[in-house]
Design a protein around this ligand. Structure first.
Ligand SMILES: Cc1cc2nc3c(=O)[nH]c(=O)nc-3n(C[C@H](O)[C@H](O)[C@H](O)COP(=O)(O)OP(=O)(O)OC[C@H]3O[C@@H](n4cnc5c(N)ncnc54)[C@H](O)[C@@H]3O)c2cc1C
Length: 123
């Protein structure tokens, strides 16, 4: 990269501005790495559905309620920002419901429409 930038900006000594050794941390070195944008492998569907739907806690035992996760790790479309945002909305809805609140009339949240829009359940 420094070589290429030197071709473009021959009068600029970019290398002299580097104050430390660059470190590369590859997610490919992470334990259980499964590749980018394909977190779900065959057989994972039921687990991902449970993670994604964990914000619906009515059927959970009382002692398992009250923790809400958001982001890539519980997303149905892991590896895409959209999933991070939608799971955040789910977690907010779950938290509100857990604390006894509810959506504004006419503006249903994800949990209000879960029964009609949820990912299908496998046998
Ligand atoms: C190379 C690359 C390209 C991508 N391109 C696209 C794209 O084109 N379009 C798209 O939609 N998505 C893309 N994505 C995916 C997108 O970036 C993620 O889906 C999204 O950022 C996930 O958001 P998140 O909030 O769940 O997690 P993150 O954005 O990973 O946020 C997690 C945060 O938690 C912090 N954190 C971790 N541990 C701790 C701790 N112990 N204490 C405090 N903070 C902590 C981290 O520093 C980080 O800021 C790309 C991802 C990568 C890596």
């Amino acid at each position: 990269m420094l070589h290429s930038l030197g071709q473009i900006y021959p009068d600029l000594d970019i290398a002299s501005h580097i104050i430390g050794e660059p470190i590369t941390v590859s997610w490919e070195s992470d334990p259980n790495f499964m590749g980018a944008f394909k977190n779900n492998l065959p057989g994972h569907y039921r687990y991902q559905r449970r993670l994604f739907g964990h914000f619906m806690q009515e059927a959970l035992p009382e002692r398992q309620r009250g923790i809400f996760l958001a982001g890539d790790d519980v997303s149905f479309t892991a590896g895409w920002a959209e999933g991070a945002v939608t799971t955040a909305l789910n977690a907010v809805w779950g938290t509100v419901a857990h604390l006894g609140g509810e959506s504004s009339p006419g503006n249903p949240g994800p949990g209000d429409r879960w029964s009609e829009l949820a990912p299908i359940t496998l046998d």
